[in-house]
Design a binder for this molecule. Structure first.
Ligand code: NAD
Ligand code: TYD
Length: 348
């Protein structure tokens, strides 16, 4: 089995690559990543020498480069995570999201189709998507696999478009595919522009914690390692043409989550109770901010036996420990120094 994982140097992708490299020594794992600001090979330092691991620097917007990668490695499976992933960036630069998330996915589908030709037996295209394609919930209800798409941000619209393309290629060209739509992830190696790592970073440095709007927006949080476990299960046991929602059964209003984060940080840093919470600062809301996301993950639980392995308190505590022990990682991603790491590691 040769498996091409796109976006493997990013947050979730690096956890997926590590899991597959360690768990499946007989597979050849090819990590394809453009190493944008969000891609960091330091995330994979512990497994980069493994004999079943290969890295290819390529951009999914480049159809010619993709064709070459597919012809060279002839993957049996693709797990596609490469994307522009941050909602706030999609508001300031929507076209970057359309190019990578929509055109990039189309390029990947075309490349898979070309190399697999009509022999799709044993092949699988796994598209990793988000619950944000379903839009925003009111106070009640949960996103089901059957919930109609209603994306509200340029990010979620671009992910919705890519989901539609994957299904269309399945329907039109019989490309075997699976899609998962997952809720908000947290854990080690997340770029410090997303809520949890940004706030850890700011608390550490005594900087304000910018809470958008009234802070009563709700997200369903899942530990990234549990997402990677779900991807492993769906890749191996999911049914072709199916969609599975993945979530943490774990809804938090932002402000409640931030208070828990502040409490845990005060304990870990040995600061007096209530110190970090003083940094909370309400700021202008995100335009078009989705009020609530919540996933019904019953299908993957019933059909594949998946459920989260850690409680939120445990997962958050492990995450804070990781960030506090890896300040070097944080200073490298914030300074861009990991680019130097790439040049040294892959020189010549
Ligand atoms: P991330 O931003 O941390 O990583 C994205 C990776 O993709 C980086 O390594 C980057 O270098 C690479 N990449 C970006 N553009 C590329 C291009 N044009 N060509 C090749 N590589 C490129 O993202 P993440 O949070 O790890 O998310 C991974 C996937 O999971 C995305 O598809 C995202 O939509 C989806 N997802 C994320 C979450 C979440 O909470 N983070 C939740 C559900 C689904
Ligand atoms: P984020 O981590 O950007 O994920 P997403 O927008 O994909 O859900 O944001 C999570 C929630 O936290 C969201 O409701 C926006 C809010 N938020 C803030 O209040 N302040 C911040 O500085 C950030 C980055 C997010």
């Amino acid at each position: 089995m040769t498996l091409l994982i796109t976006g493997g140097a990013g947050f979730i992708g690096s956890h997926v690559v590590r899991l597959f490299v360690q768990r499946y020594p007989d597979y050849k794992i090819v990590n394809l990543d453009a190493l944008t600001y969000a891609g960091n090979l330091e995330n994979l330092r512990d497994i980069e020498q493994a004999p079943n691991y290969h890295f290819v620097r390529a951009d999914i917007r480049d159809a010619v480069a993709l064709k070459q990668v597919f012809e060279t490695h002839r993957p049996d499976g693709v797990i596609h995570l490469a994307a522009e992933s941050h909602v706030d960036r999609s508001i300031s630069d929507p076209n970057a999201f359309i190019q990578t998330n929509v055109m990039g996915t189309a390029n990947l589908l075309n490349a898979a189709r070309a190399v697999w030709n009509h022999d799709v037996n044993g092949k699988r295209f796994y598209h990793v998507s988000t619950d944000e394609v379903y839009g925003s919930l009111g106070d009640s209800g949960l996103f089901m696999e059957t919930t109609p798409y209603d994306p509200q941000s340029p990010y979620s619209a671009s992910k919705a478009a890519s989901d539609h393309l994957v299904r269309a290629f399945g329907n039109t060209y019989h490309l075997p595919f699976v899609i998962t739509n997952c809720s908000n992830n947290y854990g080690p190696n997340q770029f410090p522009e997303k809520l949890i790592p940004l706030f850890i970073h700011n608390i550490r440095n005594g900087k304000p914690l910018p809470v958008y709007g009234d802070g009563k927006y709700t997200r369903d949080w899942l530990f990234v390692v549990d997402h990677a476990r779900a991807i492993d299960l769906v890749f191996h046991q999911g049914k072709n043409g199916e969609t599975y929602n993945i979530g943490g059964f774990n809804e938090w209003q932002n402000i409640e989550l931030i208070r828990l984060l502040c409490t845990q940080m005060d304990e870990k840093l040995g600061r007096g109770a209530g110190t970090s919470a003083q940094l909370i600062s309400y700021v202008r809301d995100r335009p078009g901010h989705d009020r609530r996301y919540a996933i019904d993950a019953g299908k993957i639980h019933r059909e594949l036996g998946w459920s989260p392995s850690v409680t939120f308190e445990e997962g958050l505590s492990q995450t804070l420990d990781w960030y506090l022990a890896n300040e070097e990682w944080l200073s490298h991603v914030t300074s861009g120094a990991y680019q130097d790491y790439y040049e040294k590691q892959y020189a010549g």
